[in-house]
Design a protein around this ligand. Structure first.
Ligand SMILES: [Fe+2]
Ligand SMILES: [Fe+2]
Length: 288
């Protein structure tokens, strides 16, 4: 699906605005903008370690995320240049988490190296095959990631861990900006082809998984640790529904598109219809 000239122009402008704001207000250095001198070992817990390590693992797939994103967007300036900026920003997230784990002593160099080699021993694959669907995925995934880190930021503040609070503040602020960009592009897609874009959004919402599933070692066990994930209900209430509202749609309309696409698939004989009742009244979100 190729973009129209109007879309190209809008995306270029959106990227320029994104980049300009990031340069002026959001650039940060993991070595000098984080108050490492405030590290207090007595405030660290193994729960913090598992969270940081798991988040670091997910952020470590930057090479796979960006190579796939570039392949998908390379002929579209606004989208491709955004992915370059996005990849740079994501690369700092893995870096700052790694630094925290090692500097705090929560993990030794050897433990970290073993973890990293296990993570990078697997390859992240695109969960959806088109740019528009991946844009929907980006908006949802960044929103979920923001919520997860924001919970950690608030928890660190409550515990008086100023250093960790700053780490999560800086990273979550980036994630919020990423969600904002993907959501803006999604709005452009809706302006261009509302039916098609809503059908894609419905498909992605109902098939959404966080990127760490099947990749991060012992992921299911990690999810049992408080703070590693959020519940589907929390995600729906705080990310999906607000996003649908901003985009001028609703869960009812999304369900309609989901049912329609399921029926179309079945008519094509591609696969059996999965009655929407079987996934309940809400999308089946495996993120907690
Ligand atoms: Fe990130
Ligand atoms: Fe992000």
């Amino acid at each position: 699906m190729s973009a129209t000239n109007t879309q190209r122009e809008k995306m270029y402008r959106a990227y320029c605005e994104y980049f300009d704001t990031a340069e002026k207000k959001r650039r940060w250095n993991p070595f000098t903008d984080v108050p490492w001198e405030k590290h207090d070992p007595s405030l660290n817990t193994e729960e913090d370690a598992v969270c940081l390590e798991t988040f670091c693992g997910v952020e470590l797939y930057v090479p796979d995320y960006t190579s796939n994103a570039f392949n998908m967007t390379r002929n579209l300036f606004g989208a491709a240049w955004f992915e370059a900026s996005w990849g740079y920003e994501e690369s700092k997230h893995a870096l700052v988490y790694r630094e925290y784990l090692i500097r705090s002593g929560l993990r030794t160099e050897e433990q970290y190296a073993e973890f990293e080699s296990q993570v990078l021993g697997k390859v992240w694959q695109l969960p959806f095959e088109t740019r528009r669907r991946m844009n929907c995925y980006g908006a949802l995934q960044e929103a979920a990631t923001y919520l997860i880190y924001a919970v950690q930021r608030d928890k660190a503040k409550l515990n008086g861990n100023e250093l960790l609070e700053k780490v999560y503040f800086l990273v979550s602020r980036d994630e919020a900006a990423h969600r904002g960009f993907y959501q803006k592009i999604l709005q452009f897609e809706l302006d261009e082809d509302r039916e098609g874009a809503l059908a894609d959004l419905a498909h992605v919402v109902f098939n959404f998984h966080m990127p760490g599933i099947g990749l991060i070692p012992e992921y299911d066990d990690r999810l049992k640790v408080d703070g590693v994930g959020i519940t589907p209900q929390y995600f729906l209430q705080n990310a999906v529904f607000p996003m649908l509202k901003v985009l001028g749609t609703s869960r009812t309309e999304l369900l309609k598109y989901y049912r329609r696409s399921q029926a179309e698939e079945a008519a094509k004989g591609a696969k059996e219809v999965v009655p929407v009742e079987s996934v309940g009244a809400e999308p089946s979100l495996a993120i907690s």
